[in-house]
Design a protein around this ligand. Structure first.
Ligand code: BG6
Length: 462
């Protein structure tokens, strides 16, 4: 096969998922409630078409079949998350043996099919009891997370070698404490900063305990949604707006996890506006000494900004938007369903930045994908002909390839997602999967992109 884009040997091809989005069985076999189960029970109308986390692809019962299908479409790796409230109902205390059996089975099944498990410990799904204690605002919850992480390393570390502490830790900060799209629906910049800080603390505590386990060939990292910040122009005020958004939305997590410290400029801003988090002296040693081995990069869209133009503050209160305005670049390419800009070169810019400024840390694309509404309209000859998704992936892969050619330390590409799944408040609005699902019968049908992806994975390029 003559390939124009041939990826390095051993490249990881696969897809990513999360427990709440695929498992279902939300009330089965001892699982406790998490904030999604609870929020849906009190405000179902906040969810698209009133569909909650119980309605999923039912991976909890169908994982065997699904893993076989993964193998069929060329996966050599697969990311899933452990549900904290399933493994340790209530977040603290006794481990649920049924949950241990389930995750053991999933891991074993993956390995039998030559698919490497990539395991993430937290994907937006705080156990309800711990949220009632204040969630990430409460330092004691950080300790509970550290115990949970340790349990996972102990239970599964003999077979799982690729570990992640968090997926997109900034999203619960934004959703739960700034922009009202996650429970507990608080809007408060100062509290948001505390939540972000405690998440970093939880992360480094997990990394520290991981090191004590000496898991053979084991690696630990985190998954960040990096949104490159582009300024409207080269004017100093526009450039400053881009710098501030980079500090708030990327570097607030990227610097401590990869470099072991917070950017001075960010600390200075937080101090100036009286929103520094409460910290303890010893935290900074922990952060410094527990940097990650590798990084997952989720990339969907860039951020475009301009200097503040004295427009009315859309939120009416002190917010990150105090410092910049969003900017809609004329002619930009959009995903009309999700309202996100498509800018393939962003993936290259991220990787080059990691190479230059972040010790060329080993990384991979841990999520990238295209959500499409009413995808049934592309059904032809019995399956969805999603050429638009193939195009989307291909264009991103071309930029990724260029980054690798230029020396970036990129090891793989995981698509969001394996099968159409339930997605937070959007529920089943946008479909991202390689495999379509009929929610009534739970029948799985590969889309055209699944066959294409199989070839790419099999030939290690296209
Ligand atoms: C990522 C999350 O931010 O985006 C996933 O890690 C999520 O959990 C995905 O499903 C797509 O977002 P959405 O809201 O379009 O489904």
């Amino acid at each position: 096969m003559n390939l124009q884009y041939e990826f390095p040997e051993g490249f990881w091809w696969g897809s990513a998922t999360s427990a709440t989005q695929i498992e279902g069985a939300a009330k089965e076999e001892g699982k406790g409630q998490n904030i999604w189960d609870y929020w849906y029970s009190i405000e179902p109308n906040r969810f698209f078409n009133n569909i909650g986390p119980e309605t999923t692809s039912d991976f909890y019962h169908q994982y065997k079949k699904d893993i076989k299908l993964m193998r069929k479409i060329g996966h050599n790796s697969f990311r899933f998350s452990i549900s904290w409230s399933r493994l340790i109902p209530g977040g603290r205390g006794k481990v649920n043996s049924k949950a241990v059996a389930f995750y053991n089975n999933v891991i074993d099944q993956l390995l039998e099919n030559n698919i490497e498990p990539f395991v993430n410990l937290f994907h937006f799904d705080m156990p309800l009891e711990l949220q009632n204690e204040g969630g990430w605002e409460n330092r004691e919850v950080v300790e509970a997370y550290a115990v949970y992480a340790r349990e996972c390393f102990r239970l599964f570390g003999d077979r799982v070698k690729k570990w992640f502490t968090f997926n997109e830790p900034i999203v619960p900060v934004e959703g739960g404490y700034l922009y009202d799209f996650h429970y507990p629906n608080v809007v408060d910049f100062k509290r948001a900063v505390q939540v972000a800080y405690h998440t970093i603390l939880a992360h480094v505590k997990a990394v520290e305990s991981f090191r004590h386990f000496h898991i053979k060939n084991g690696k630990i990292g985190i998954i960040l949604n990096l949104t490159p910040s582009y300024s409207r122009s080269q004017n100093p005020a526009d450039l400053e707006a881009a710098n501030i958004t980079d500090l708030f939305f990327n570097r607030s997590f990227l610097d401590p996890v990869v470099l072991g410290n917070y950017p001075k400029e960010l600390v200075h801003i937080l101090q100036k506006y009286g929103i520094l988090p409460i910290t303890q002296k010893e935290d900074f040693e922990l952060i410094k000494n527990n940097t990650i081995d590798f990084l997952g990069v989720n990339y969907y869209q860039p951020r475009r900004v301009k200097a503040k133009e004295n427009l009315p503050n859309p939120y009416g209160v002190f917010m990150p938007e105090w410092f910049f305005d969003n900017y809609e670049m004329p002619g930009r390419k959009m995903n009309p369903y999700r309202g996100w800009e498509i800018y393939e070169k962003g993936i290259y810019d991220i990787m080059i930045n990691l190479k230059k400024n972040y010790r060329n840390i080993e990384s991979f694309v841990s999520e990238n994908g295209l959500g499409v509404e009413s995808e049934e309209k592309f059904l032809k000859d019995g399956y969805i002909q999603d050429d638009y998704r193939i195009e989307f992936i291909k264009e991103h892969l071309k930029w990724l390839y260029k980054a690798i050619e230029e020396g970036c330390n990129v090891k793989g590409y995981h698509l969001w997602t394996f099968m159409d799944n339930w997605s937070w408040t959007n529920a089943y609005k946008n479909r991202y999967g390689l495999i379509a699902i009929d929610l009534n019968t739970k029948k799985r049908t590969p889309k055209k992109s699944a066959y294409w992806f199989k070839d790419v994975a099999t030939y290690n390029g296209f």
